[in-house]
Design a binder for this molecule. Structure first.
Ligand code: R5P
Length: 294
């Protein structure tokens, strides 16, 4: 199919819960979205209804924080779109869940990352996401057709504008490639810590090779309980850092997480709009629009 015909065949089918990201994606692509209607029965089952006609290339837009019901509902939407004539179905899920369960940490556990990837693979031709949390695999394509897009240029642009020259700090060694990419693009120094997780809300972080600075920007892919950022901020303060900001990609933020981070001395907490949250300050929809155009 020629590029313009392929573009013409694309239709955005959006769940109703990601308004700012969806609106921005639609604007970047220069087209409207059609809403997917969602009904929850009294027993908790879901009914999704897509609006017809389905795009020949139908794009389901939904981020998947608090994922259990949402995951099933995007699978139902993919089925509805294929039955309505879509030849290709893409999932745009700015936040892709269950990626952290990428190994069997204790006997008797499932390999959740693979279970979720298998279901999505069966339903969608491709999945586009942002900064999937990949630790033991290096590319999303090892488990799913599609792409994990990088938020590094957008985060770097924020650092450049709002915290030029600040030390870019990642809380753990896993974050190294990402922190380095942000720092290089922002032309800033960088450092990562060593983190030990001792429970859902207990972590210890150490910064070796720390050289005195006054301003640091903590960056992480996910903030959930907020404990990682809070502990990292306290450790930086102990080392004499006076101004600390934090930028996260996915603002999962359990209740009280953001307050916990501020209480630890973080001045500004900013996130990408992969999950709708009051901290959203970095729009990443343009990356998805470019990937869909390709
Ligand atoms: C872990 O490896 C991630 O990169 C984040 O650091 C982690 O998920 C943050 O979780 P929390 O906010 O609960 O400490």
């Amino acid at each position: 199919m020629a590029r313009s015909a392929a573009a013409a065949a694309l239709r955005l089918h959006a769940f109703p819960d990601q308004s700012s990201f969806t609106a921005s994606l639609a604007k970047h692509l220069g087209r409207d979205t059609t809403a997917i209607d969602l009904h929850r029965f009294p027993d908790g089952e879901s009914l999704v209804r897509v609006q017809l006609p389905a795009g020949r290339h139908a794009v389901v837009v939904r981020t998947l924080d608090h994922p259990n019901a949402k995951l099933l509902e995007v699978l139902l939407a993919a089925d509805a779109l294929r039955r309505a004539g879509a030849a290709r179905v893409t999932l745009v899920a700015p936040y892709l869940p269950y990626m952290r369960q990428d190994k069997i940490f204790h006997p008797g556990e499932p390999l959740s990352q693979h279970v979720v990837a298998r279901s999505l693979r069966q339903a969608f031709d491709q999945v586009l996401t942002l900064e999937a949390h990949l630790h033991r695999i290096t590319s999303l394509q090892e488990i799913l057709p599609g792409k994990s897009l990088s938020a590094a240029p957008a985060v770097a642009a924020w650092v450049n504008k709002h915290a030029p020259g600040a030390l870019v700090v990642g809380p753990d060694s896993e974050s190294t490639p990402w922190v380095r990419a942000v720092a290089r693009a922002a032309d800033s120094p960088w450092l990562v810590g060593t983190k030990q997780r001792r429970g859902d809300r207990r972590v210890a972080i150490e910064f070796l090779d720390f050289e005195a600075v006054t301003h640091a920007v903590l960056v992480d892919d996910i903030a959930s309980s907020g404990v990682t950022l809070a502990v990292a901020a306290r450790e930086l303060q102990r080392r004499g850092v006076r101004r600390i900001d934090a930028v996260v990609v996915h603002a999962i933020f359990a209740p009280a997480a953001k307050q916990r981070i501020h209480r630890a001395g973080v001045r500004r907490v900013i996130s990408c709009n992969s999950i709708a949250h009051e901290s959203n300050g970095i729009d990443c929809a343009a990356y998805f629009a470019a990937a869909l155009r390709r």
